[in-house]
Design a protein around this ligand. Sequence first.
Ligand code: TYD
Ligand code: MG
Length: 455
Amino acid sequence: MARARSVFVCQSCGGTHNRWNGKCEACGAWNTIVEEASAAPVAKGATVSVRGGRAVALEGLNGPTGEAPRLKCGIGEFDRVTGGGFVRGSAILLGGEPGIGKSTLLIQAAAALARAGHRVAYISGEEATAQIRMRAERLGLSDAPVELGAETNIEDILTTLSTGSIPKLVVIDSIQTMWTSAVDSAPGTVTQVRASAQALIRFAKTSGAAVILVGHVTKDGQIAGPRVVEHMVDAVLSFEGEQGHAFRVLRGQKNRFGPTDEIGVFSMTGRGLEDVANPSALFLSSRDSGAPGVAVFAGVEGTRPILVEIQALVAPSSLGTPRRAVVGWDSNRLSMVLAVLEAHAGLKLGGHDVYLNVAGGLRIQEPAADIAVAAALVSSFANAVLPSDSVFFGEVSLSGAVRPVAHSGLRMKEAARLGFTRAIAPAGSADKGDGALQLNGLNGLEALVADVAAR
Ligand code: TYD
Ligand code: MG
């Protein structure tokens, strides 16, 4: 028998190469190429025949859709992010850094569904059943009839799941530990992860079970190795948070059956993850009001307004190249706001270190935070305290103009509810808060800077 040819596969993007290289030509990542045995080499000269296959029945759009298509797990914040429950026959990838709480969230969801009378299987390739039991005991879930398995071989798992009635929910923790004997590569390599995910997704589609795959994420936020898996599944959720904080945010990144901009907020307690129904109150619970460099941003995540404190520190630098450090926001966006402040509002920030932090460990993605960031920066630079009864929102354009943002009514309503009296926001922002909030309309960044400097 001919020796199986080996290929060199990039563990970051899945690109294949004929020889080893320090850098992947496809995605530009360094040191990611690993030698793997080539999976089922196609015979030379083989072509796909038009006649060899089996005719499959095609169906119309208008037909039966089967049972109730969604399975609500009863954890409110989780159901909100999935768009109202797990869709039957769908595959979901849940990504997150190690230790963030993925296994905890999923054992809680599995237990809730099992208690509601559904058959649920939880397969762990990382922990022994005794360890999972210990966790369940600590969470007060020992009585839930979840079926546990500690197994990593896909063939064994699928055979087990296919005997008897098919589970409604299957959790695979994690996809990186799974392996199938159909391919030769080691567990954790792109080829193994892809083949295992493919088999599990096929199982979901044919059996109607909802399958959740856990995926570990590397430091730079990529689902380790199998970016390819993200394209194969129906939904990608990421579980985020700062290790030192109790808040955890579940974010929908891709969802074929629901919204992608929705977030769920949890707090990690001694008894597992708890829903946070009112995140603004939590994020503002320990405010630094009275100090310069602090602004409250009225944000919207999905359909939900979230108020959060933005903290900035601008200090003279002793370095040739001043430091720019950001936690919780996009560093490119910070560079842009700094450049606009310099070019259009005359702030000389070139010789200053700039630190920016979003309180509570939340990660903000909205450009609407520009104005709040600018206000915090100017406040720290001018050593002037911002009014503690004001919220800020609005987008800054490169010309120094302030642009209106979506959902201004929602933002103002939430601010009014939490006791704020003023919104510093783009001129003409619509108010749905029954006028409880006074609007200081901004046309340009200069006005904001002049206002803060005058304090
Ligand atoms: P885990 O779910 O094991 O993380 P992952 O599966 O994403 O790797 O969570 C582990 C962390 O959660 C660990 O640092 C301890 C913490 N934790 C609590 O604070 N309270 C709890 O009730 C549980 C079960 C875990
Ligand atoms: Mg885990």
